[in-house]
Write a protein that binds this ligand. Structure first.
Ligand SMILES: [Cu+2]
Length: 150
């Protein structure tokens, strides 16, 4: 079993551990979503320098530019395209038939509170020998590789 954490000092700089076993599963961090134009968004905490990005759309909809949950939260997608979210600080066993495994945002201890629903660690067990390349979806130049020998 491997455990990743985020030792960044001082700043709430998130990272992810993301395995994309199939290039078609590349997930963008930014997500465009249609919402009713009567939906009101309130910044948390109130009064902070924070506001939803809404773009007026057709009819009764706006487009909300948000964060892709499949990059923010721990999640797996199996070979049948079944999407399964996990709790923060996930402990996942990689069977080898997944097409996408993401840790969700990992933050230094205590700073995850700035991003509700994120955690501090990701644990993975690799069931099959092989080379498992991963990256940080927020900083794609941050890459790693796990080699599992039989
Ligand atoms: Cu990163």
């Amino acid at each position: 079993m491997l455990v990743w954490d985020n030792p960044t000092m001082g700043a709430a700089e998130p990272h992810t551990i993301t395995f994309m076993f199939d290039n078609s599963t590349f997930a963008g961090v930014v997500s465009s979503l249609s919402v009713s134009n009567t939906t009101e968004f309130t910044a948390i905490p109130p009064g902070s320098n924070n506001e939803a990005l809404l773009i007026p759309g057709e009819g009764c909809t706006n487009t909300l530019i948000g964060i892709n949950a499949r990059t923010y939260s721990p999640v797996t997608i199996d070979s049948q395209d079944k999407v399964q979210f996990m709790n923060p600080n996930a402990n996942y066993s990689i069977a080898g038939d997944e097409i996408y495994v993401n840790s969700g945002w990992i933050l230094p201890e205590g700073l995850e509170k700035q991003f509700p629903g994120t955690g501090n660690t990701f644990m993975a067990t690799f069931e099959k020998p092989g080379t498992y390349d991963y990256l940080c979806i927020l900083h794609p130049w941050m890459v790693g590789s796990v080699k599992v020998v039989g």
